[in-house]
Design a protein around this ligand. Structure first.
Ligand code: HEM
Ligand SMILES: *[C@@H]1O[C@H](CO)[C@@H](O)[C@H](O)[C@H]1NC(C)=O
Ligand SMILES: *[C@@H]1O[C@H](CO)[C@@H](O)[C@H](O)[C@H]1NC(C)=O
Length: 528
């Protein structure tokens, strides 16, 4: 009798305890997922920012999904090649801009984002903030952990300073020059492959796939000192990860959104682990077999692994996890964007054969007939090619947006951006803004970059293909060299036109990609 009373009391206590635990947990969750974002939103609203009405807990994700779907359904294979891509690749931003202006607030799940497509606002906002003072949105850092971890793209503060110091020397002019030979070699492999296909009667080639492979080979060799075969598994798994994280409409920013996309979440995690393992074996191989030449390694992996002693103290060393994450970041960032830049260039040159001819002429003038690259420093003389590169970066920026999170309160004129505000800077929108570039904004006109490094844009921050401020892309000089080498060799070997099978659908999948590849028809150049 007494025993069961005690039992009853204990049971009741356990029940009461678990009930209050549940209440505390739910309360905490509601606080962080509902109250805090709402407070942040109220502050933004009080400062005059408006935007589309969010719903809990999806924010505006369902609007984005709906507008994207409408756009995909309405695009037909016969769609002509229009460079006016903002309204097709980002229909939601295009619509919201018209309703709420070029600076507004929209919601990624329960996270408010300050959307910015106004270069003057951006300039005032960024004026006093150093690279070290910027954050990257926590919500993305979390979601993309298997892909970037704490690599340079994501780290902040003093850690960012340390990583950036270790990495910057890898892109010194001397190091870049040393990479030139390997770049030429990989490009030659690719062109030999193409010549083989063309000789056997196949003149249509999906150049997107081909160039991604070559850029992957180049990053594997130049940054990690390994062959394409050894880097291939890493590259393939990274691509699979990209498709897993960005192809489906995942519920990023939605509380427990992970569970709504359980399959993708688990797959990304597993891929991340596998890639880490592969990179580990590349790193330990290097430890076991250091380069024999006696010269210290100057490639990226060598620099990352070196004990960077400063005044006798080891200050700049990376931890093991940081080392792996940095390798992962570079494997991906080092080839994806460059190959997309080349791919979009080939599309525009296929549609504008007059520019193929202009560039060929320039190549022959600067490098001699046949365009053999004997000395990479001569590539700097390819001025028109530089304009073409900038014009393609303008129309089809491979990195179509830049993301930030404020780590302090920021005053912009009359308004205050609260500490912790997420920001989404819409680069595509600014690059396609008639007010900034003029009536011919959607036309392919490389000459606009002649004599004006801003391409005639009437605002210095209206052209941001590599980002802005201290966190600007570290790889841009490597890209500029690789671009010139690959394009020079292609133009000196073939002429090309667009295949009737091409379907124009630039899409946002972290980067800006041609959704259906880029089939081109190639012809060997007549030997004269
Ligand atoms: C066409 C080629 C490329 C484009 C369009 C591009 C674009 C960008 C952009 C927009 C950013 C963000 C800047 C910001 O937040 O303000 C960035 C950062 C970065 N890029 Fe690139 N990139 C390219 C090539 C490369 C290459 C070849 C590498 C490496 C070999 C690379 C490595 C990085 C890294 C590590 C960062 C982070 C820098 C930091 O936060 O300090 N990128 N890039
Ligand atoms: C901004 O917020 C973060 C996180 O809440 C905090 O750690 C940081 O100290 C704040 N910064 C300033 C300048 O108040
Ligand atoms: C790229 O090269 C230019 C000029 O050669 C130099 O001023 C700049 O610092 C370099 N940028 C990077 C990120 O290495």
């Amino acid at each position: 009798m007494a025993a069961s009373v005690v039992q009853l009391i204990i049971m009741t206590m356990i029940l009461a305890l678990s009930a209050s635990l549940v209440i505390i947990i739910v309360g905490k969750l509601l606080f962080s997922m509902w109250v805090l974002p709402c407070l942040a939103y109220r502050k933004l609203k009080a400062n005059g920012f408006s935007g589309p009405k969010p719903s809990f807990p999806f924010g505006n994700l369902n609007d984005i999904k709906r507008l994207k779907m409408m756009m995909t359904r309405s695009s037909s294979p016969l769609m002509s090649i229009s460079n006016d891509i903002h309204s097709t690749a980002f229909p939601y931003f295009s619509l919201w801009q018209k309703l709420y202006g070029k600076v507004m607030v929209y919601w990624v799940g329960t996270e408010p984002f300050l959307y910015i497509a106004d270069p003057e606002f951006l300039k005032e906002m960024a004026a006093d903030i150093k690279g070290k003072g910027w954050g990257k949105p926590n919500v993305f850092k979390h979601d993309r952990e298997p892909m970037f971890g704490s690599g340079l793209v994501m780290v902040e503060g003093d850690d960012w300073v340390r990583h950036r110091h270790v990495i910057t020397p890898a892109f010194s002019p001397a190091n870049l020059k040393a990479m030139g030979g390997l770049m030429v070699e990989s490009t030659t492999h690719m062109l030999d492959r193409w010549a083989g296909l063309i000789n056997s009667g196949q003149s249509e080639i999906d150049v997107e796939r081909e160039i991604i492979r070559t850029a992957g080979e180049i990053i594997a060799k130049t940054s990690f000192g390994i062959s394409y075969e050894n880097g291939r598994e890493v590259l393939e798994k990274l691509r699979e990860m990209q498709f897993t994280l960005f192809e489906s409409n995942r519920y990023v920013g939605v509380p427990f959104g992970k569970f709504l996309n359980l399959k993708e979440t688990l797959k990304a995690k597993a891929l991340g682990k596998e890639i880490d393992g592969l990179l580990w074996s590349i790193i330990s191989d290097r430890r076991k077999n250091p380069p024999t030449s006696g010269e210290p390694e100057k490639d990226l992996l060598g620099l990352l692994m070196a004990d960077n002693t400063v005044d006798g103290r080891k200050k700049r060393e990376l931890t093991t996890k940081e080392l792996v994450d940095e390798c992962k970041t570079f494997f991906f960032a080092g080839h994806e964007t460059t190959s997309l830049l080349l791919t979009w260039t080939l599309l525009l040159l296929a549609v504008h054969p007059e520019w193929q001819n202009d560039l060929r002429e320039e190549i022959n003038q600067v490098l001699g007939d046949g365009g053999e690259i004997r000395d990479v420093s001569m590539l700097a003389g390819l001025k028109k090619m530089g304009w073409v590169m900038n014009e393609v970066l303008r129309l089809y920026p491979p990195a179509p947006n830049v993301q930030r999170q404020s780590r302090q309160e920021i005053q912009v004129g009359e308004v205050v951006i609260p500490n912790g505000t997420n920001m989404w800077i819409d680069v595509v929108s600014m690059h396609h803004d008639e007010k900034l570039w003029g009536k011919d904004v959607h036309e392919f006109k490389p000459e606009r970059f002649n004599a004006n490094i801003y391409g005639g844009c009437n605002h210095k921050m209206g052209f941001l293909p590599f980002g802005f401020g201290g966190r600007m892309c570290v790889g841009r000089n490597l890209t500029a060299m690789e671009y010139r080498i690959v394009l020079t060799r292609i133009l000196s070997t073939f002429s090309f036109s667009l295949s009737p099978n091409y379907r124009h659908q630039p899409s946002h999948m972290l980067s800006l990609r041609p959704m259906h590849g880029l089939p081109l028809i190639f012809k060997p150049l007549p030997i004269n």
